[in-house]
Design a protein around this ligand. Structure first.
Ligand SMILES: Nc1ncnc2c1ncn2[C@@H]1O[C@H](COP(=O)(O)OP(=O)(O)OP(=O)(O)O)[C@@H](O)[C@H]1O
Ligand SMILES: [Mg+2]
Length: 342
């Protein structure tokens, strides 16, 4: 669909569910939902909002999704007002609007002024991100209700390994050898133990610790708000830590050790996480191997989940993650030393 028609539908859904807009402007890189910044025509309605069309592919049951998201928003807001954005109810008093064409929409209060970063470049930013996701976990540590996994097996390395094995076993013999080089199979087999490292569920976690899911203050490297609560689930604290460290510390030169130490320092304190130094070193390896396996499996299945521009791209993405895993392994001693001190 072209962007103009898309914005037109967004304006219609907004008017049907909430109010008439004066402007509707696309926002964010939006891999999952489609997002717009919207300004009400009538200033009495308040400030700008952030309108999202909920992805029906990833979240076919919008009602179940919004039921969990609302509870998480309310729990965090009671303890730390403003730490997650306010959800704005529809005219009918619901938390989302189902439009005539079946699409589902939600409206957040826009947190402004604020900045979105697409990557962490300095230790200060890395520490702020670590603090933010750590604080988020701490605020939800006493969350009393069940939170079903957003997607079955999500963040669970053993689940993705089992799936990889099944998909690979189902390939015709001749194809199996060509599709996954023997060296790669050996590399994976030597690291299967990682799946046992963080198996228990000991925390409510964010489960999508990307830097663009944080809002930074306009003028300082301080986080003002945590976004994107769709994947919040019962999990292991290290699944969040590993995800954030993986993206914060990945560097063309190898591993950015200063950013690694900064994430650990920020997250440990704000998240009140008491863990062996080794856990901080293994956490990014757990998440990096998981991602490599997911890309590789998708490649074997014909690129069903991760969008590609050419055949072989998911294999290349898997290889990049295996390379990163190697870099984390080579830096084990330095990381361990930093984790002891952080
Ligand atoms: N309440 C808000 N106030 C200000 N900006 C927001 C708000 N909510 C979302 N945004 C902006 O919109 C972007 C996308 O939002 P969100 O992460 O919820 O959607 P998404 O589909 O998961 O996107 P992505 O796939 O990029 O993570 C954010 O990175 C942020 O820049
Ligand atoms: Mg997001």
């Amino acid at each position: 669909m072209n962007p103009l028609a898309d914005a037109e539908i967004a304006a219609q859904a907004l008017a049907a569910g909430w109010w008439q807009a004066q402007s509707v402007i696309p926002l964010g890189v939006g891999h999952i939902h489609a997002t717009w910044r919207v300004v009400p025509g009538d200033p009495q309605r308040g400030g700008a909002g952030v309108l999202q069309r909920i992805s029906a592919t990833v979240f076919p049951d919008a009602e179940a999704l919004m039921d969990r998201v609302v509870r998480v928003v309310q729990h965090v807001t009671r303890r730390a007002p403003g730490w997650v954005p306010d959800l704005l109810p529809t005219r009918a008093g619901d938390w989302f609007h189902r439009h005539d064409d079946g699409s589902c929409w939600r409206l957040w209060r826009a947190v402004e002024p604020a900045r979105t970063l697409q990557s962490l470049t300095t230790p200060d930013q890395a520490e702020a991100a670590g603090r933010a996701f750590g604080r988020f976990q701490a605020l939800l540590a006493d969350y009393p209700e069940p939170l079903p996994d957003p997607v079955p097996g999500f963040m669970q390395l053993d689940h993705y390994l089992a799936r990889f094995d099944a998909v690979r076993a189902a390939l015709p013999d001749a194809e199996r050898e060509v599709s996954v080089p023997a060296g790669l199979v050996a590399l994976i087999d030597a690291r299967r133990d990682l799946a046992t490292a963080f198996r228990e569920r000991n925390r409510v976690i964010h489960a999508d610790c990307k830097v663009n899911n944080l809002l930074f203050a306009a003028d300082r490297d301080v986080v003002v708000c945590v976004l994107d609560l769709d994947t919040v689930m019962h999990g292991h604290w290290a699944w969040d830590a590993g995800d954030l460290i993986r993206s914060a510390a990945a560097d063309p030169q190898g591993i950015a050790l200063a950013r690694f130490a900064a994430v650990v320092g920020g997250m440990r304190v704000a998240g009140t996480i008491a863990a062996e130094p080794l856990a901080w070193v293994l956490a990014p390896r757990y998440v990096t191997l998981m991602l490599a396996i997911r890309f590789l499996t998708d490649h074997l299945e014909g690129d069903r989940y991760f969008r590609t521009d050419y055949r072989g791209q998911n294999l290349a993405r898997a290889q990049a993650q295996f390379d990163l895993l190697g870099a984390f392994e080579r830096h084990e001693r330095a990381m361990l030393e930093l984790a002891r001190r952080a």
